[in-house]
Design a protein around this ligand. Structure first.
Ligand code: NZQ
Ligand code: ZN
Length: 386
């Protein structure tokens, strides 16, 4: 196993009605609060009113309208409010988009230059406001990690800022808040969780057995419960298992001892930067194409292991088992009603060349990925996704 440091300062409060701790726990972080949320789901579900009532003794400011694939302009707005009003703590109520925007706002509020500088050079982040989270969609793991993915609408860049200063201090994860999720978001979120685990599972280091076994457990959990949560939105067992899977899926537990660069995410991030599609939908389309492209004698044993351990495939020949793993992933995505082709979401081959260059330029694809990919490889993967 590779050396690692595992030090996560996020206080997780998981389960029904955990929100009751909010006044006390948030009070430890500050009294002047910027409440950040998205396009209105928290108003429709009643969560907004509940939070306002719980925090009636706090001084509250608001930033609403954070868009899926959060935009730099929203971060700029939030950062201005924080500076002008002397905000002490940010409360993000929503999913990855709201949390990521909040993280970037938290860092920008403590920086004199432009917020985008911090994305281009994370060493400029010296300080950040504390962040608390109330999670309403399980997918990204942003509730317990230090990453934030922001889209610059002017340059078509969708990049990650990642520094330990951005770990949320508190995350309230109540599975009943997932009950109002549209089926499409449950599906996209589930594929995102699966993809996070796969990114960490498919890495050159093959010695972190314990990490791989934990990964298999999380993948099995997603496969067992994703469809159930769509069919029975108020099934607490399904929602709670998926919610914890999303947190574990990307709180670095499944990367310890392994490391390396990711493969499918950098490709998807470019697609959602150019076409603003849902992140999990992009992953559903690209993952089987990536698997197909990188399958070789060298990678077959690891794909075969996934087929056996996660999907219960009983096949002794590694290459045959590996091919079945690809079919199983396609089947899983299809069972959730997700599209299989870029053309299904209105994307043609017009920008494949440009997007392939961007994916390689902005990631470790060509230097540190499981199978190193250059621009032509990524373009071929796009062609497989048509
Ligand atoms: O905006 P509202 O009205 O709240 O609606 C949201 C949004 O339209 C809706 N929603 C959320 N909770 C709901 C709900 N609707 C009904 N009931 C609820 N309880 O769902 C839609 C999607 O929300 P979003 O926050 O965009 O979803 P997700 O959590 O999947 O976040 C996606 C973003 O996170 C980035 C993605 O690239 C994308 O920008 N990622 C962040 C990562 C990280 N920070 O570690 C890693 C990921 O790989 C990913 O890249
Ligand atoms: Zn993701």
């Amino acid at each position: 196993m590779n050396n690692f440091v595992y030090n996560i300062p996020t206080d997780i409060r998981f389960g029904r009605e955990q929100i009751k701790c909010l006044p006390e726990e948030l009070g430890k972080l500050g009294k002047k609060v910027l409440l950040v949320y998205g396009g209105g789901s928290i108003k429709r579900s009643g969560l907004y009113d509940k939070i306002k009532e719980l925090l009636k003794d706090f001084e509250m400011f608001e930033l609403s309208g954070i868009e899926p694939n959060p935009k730099l302009s929203s971060v700029e707005k939030g950062s201005e409010i924080c500076k002008k009003e002397g905000i002490e703590v940010i409360l993000a109520v929503g999913g990855g988009s709201v949390i990521d925007a909040s993280k970037h706002i938290a860092a920008s509020a403590c920086y004199e230059g432009k917020p985008w500088d911090l994305v281009l050079d994370r060493s400029l982040v010296k300080k950040a406001l504390p962040i608390a989270v109330v999670l309403t969609i399980c997918a990204t793991g942003s509730e317990m990690n230090s990453g934030a993915v922001i889209s610059n609408e002017k340059t078509h860049e969708k990049l990650e800022i990642n520094t330990p200063l951005l770990y949320p201090k508190l995350s309230i994860c109540d599975p009943t808040y997932l009950y109002t999720l549209p089926a499409k978001q449950t599906a996209a979120g589930s594929v995102d969780i699966l993809s996070h685990v796969m990114e960490q599972y498919f890495q050159p280091n093959d010695e972190a057995y314990i990490t791989d076994v934990l990964s298999e457990a999380v993948m099995k959990t997603v496969i067992k419960y994703a469809k159930k949560a769509m069919d029975e939105p108020e099934n607490y067992e399904a929602r709670s298992n998926l919610m914890w899977a999303s947190t574990i899926g990307l709180n670095h537990l499944l990367t310890v001892g392994k490391g390396g660069a990711w493969s499918v995410h950098p490709i998807e991030h470019v697609v959602s930067a150019y076409y603003d599609i849902t992140h999990g939908v992009g992953l559903a389309i690209i993952t089987p194409a990536w698997m197909t492209y990188v399958l070789s004698e060298h990678t077959a044993p690891r794909f075969a292991r996934m087929a056996k351990e996660v999907f219960g495939v009983n096949e002794s020949d590694d290459m045959s088992a590996a091919r079945l793993a690809i079919e199983k992933v396609k089947e899983f995505n299809g069972s959730l009603g997700l599209p299989a082709h870029l053309s299904d979401v209105g994307i043609t081959d017009e920008k494949f060349d440009e997007m392939a260059s961007e994916a390689v330029r902005t990631s470790g694809l060509s230097t540190r990925a499981y199978v190193k990919l250059d621009k032509e490889d990524v373009k071929k993967i796009f062609l497989l996704c048509r």
